[in-house]
Design a protein around this ligand. Structure first.
Ligand code: GLU
Length: 490
């Protein structure tokens, strides 16, 4: 058997991280077994459809490195991969169920359905269609009303009134459902579009999907699906309800937990490799302890038996930490230089000339990769390498140490400029030795002197290591910047 999985998002907005986590599991399962991963667009809810969303879904998969083998953009043997282009198939299935007596046309108006619901609420009985059209006389009356008003009908499944249906889930085991609690649900809407229940079953069968992974919020619908599979004579695929993704407070992951869109994370400078690794651990684990896992290792080890049952928590702090690890230890140096340069090109002030000097970035990268967690931090850490136009105030320059001693600061800066002039071999070791000696001869704390020089030379209080930075800046620029600071204090 060739394992075939699918990611079947509804294009209603920006791809949500919870859905992408499920897509990732689909992808990993397919790759683990050497099978195929399919992208199918489930656009049957025309009221929530957003045309730009399809592009976003594809872009998010591509960015994360979750490559699909078949889909609306790449084609494949089971095309089309967009449900709105497959309506004939759903209609044929609905007609078959009608002919078999497993479904019926319902002509009730939405107004009547609202009244039924309101009445059920009043009587505190479970909501559900009251089956008026299941009965021949009721249907004839409803049909007459509908035709008089120019309305169409929906197709409902004729759920058995008693008995049980079993549902076997690859993660949650077997559950029995009492059919008396299920109503006659809609499979085909009056606009000719199917509901999710019918459409996904028809498509999974047609596309030879072997494993269905979806969020556990779908568990309550599973018994209905079992009825449809049975009525259509389809052997159900393996179905696995994977844990939904929650915020740290236990509520469904949403905006108030931070960004939920993959594109926001991309903008903040999270690396796709890190997000891939992080999402792969939201509801699955290799051994309960390993955190940094490569794509190849995920593919090698991913199986459903290590997917957890309980909801999985999306912890942004852990993602930040992991992104930092990728920047420090995982991403190859040349790739990091490219990423830093792109970020600088994008975010440095437009007054700084382009193109960004890649050679300079290559020298700076080792100094900052240790210090940052996301790429958005890069420009603030190193803008002073790219411009001599530094903006800092006298207060910032003086800091706590020289707050009440501007003339002492000025003298220290003058001595510093002299020290810089006297450094024969321009290396960070030589600079550090010279400045330690200077602090001693001035009777100053080394840390206080270094802070003063740091602001003078970089315009910032938090920077990469000072002497390494000065080494890269070069003697002439350091001297000029020290003179600039002295002028500020004069
Ligand atoms: N279109 C459904 C959704 O976006 C898909 C669920 C499934 O994977 O079957 O929730």
């Amino acid at each position: 058997m060739t394992v075939r999985t699918r990611y079947a998002p509804s294009p209603t907005g920006i791809p949500h991280l919870g859905n992408l986590r499920t897509a990732l599991f689909d992808y990993l399962l397919a790759r683990h077994f050497g099978g195929q991963f399919v992208l199918r667009i489930e656009d049957t809810d025309q009221t929530r459809y957003s045309p730009e969303a399809v592009g976003g879904l594809i872009e998010s998969l591509r960015w994360l490195g979750i490559e699909h083998d078949e889909g609306p953009d790449v084609g494949g043997p089971y095309a089309p991969y967009t449900q709105s282009e497959r309506l004939d198939l759903y209609r044929a299935a609905a007609e078959r169920l009608l002919a078999q007596g497993d479904a019926y046309e319902c002509w009730c108006s939405s107004q009547r359905l609202d009244e039924v619901r309101a009445d059920q609420q009043r009587r505190k009985v479970p909501p559900g269609y009251d089956r008026r059209c299941r009965d021949e006389a009721g249907q004839a009356a409803a049909r007459k009303e509908a035709e008089d008003e120019g309305r169409g009908c929906v197709v409902r499944f004729k759920t058995p009134l008693a008995g049980e249906v079993a549902f076997a889930d690859a993660i949650h085991g077997v559950t029995m459902f009492n059919l008396a609690t299920l109503d006659d649900f809609v499979m085909l809407k009056s606009d000719g579009f199917p509901t999710y229940h019918l459409a996904y079953i028809v498509d999974d069968e047609a596309m030879k999907i072997t494993h269905v992974l979806r969020g556990d919020e779908w568990i309550p619908s599973a018994p209905r699906h079992m009825l449809i599979y049975r009525a259509l004579g389809i052997e159900p695929p393996v179905i696995a309800h994977v844990p939904r993704v929650l915020g740290p407070d236990g509520a469904k992951l949403s905006k108030r937990h931070g960004a939920t869109s993959v594109f926001e994370y991309r903008d903040q400078g999270y690396l796709p490799e890190a997000l891939f690794n992080f999402l792969g651990l939201v509801g699955w684990s290799l051994d309960d302890k390993t955190e940094i896992i490569s794509k190849a290792q995920f593919i090698e080890h991913f199986t459903l038996d290590r997917v957890v049952k309980s909801p999985a928590v999306f912890n942004v702090e852990k993602l930040q930490w992991m992104n930092g690890v990728y920047i420090r230890e995982v991403v190859p140096a040349d790739q990091l230089v490219e990423l830093f340069a792109e970020r600088l090109d994008r975010d440095l002030s437009p007054s700084i000339p382009r193109p960004i000097d890649r050679g300079l970035v290559a020298r700076i990268a080792p100094l900052i990769r240790e210090r940052i967690k996301v790429l958005a931090e890069v420009p603030d850490y190193c803008d002073f390498f790219f411009t001599d136009d530094l903006h800092y105030s006298v207060e910032e320059l003086l800091g706590k140490a020289h707050k009440n001693d501007p003339s002492g600061a000025k003298a220290a800066l003058e001595a510093s400029a002299g020290a810089v002039g006297g450094v024969a071999t321009w290396t960070h070791d030589a600079l550090e030795a010279a400045f330690r000696a200077l602090a001693e001869s001035l009777g100053a704390k080394a840390g206080d002197l270094f802070s003063l020089v740091r602001v003078a030379v970089t315009g910032r209080r938090v920077t990469p290591p000072l002497f390494e930075s000065m080494e890269i800046l070069g003697k002439a620029r350091c001297e000029a910047r020290l003179r600039g600071a002295i002028a500020k204090l004069s």
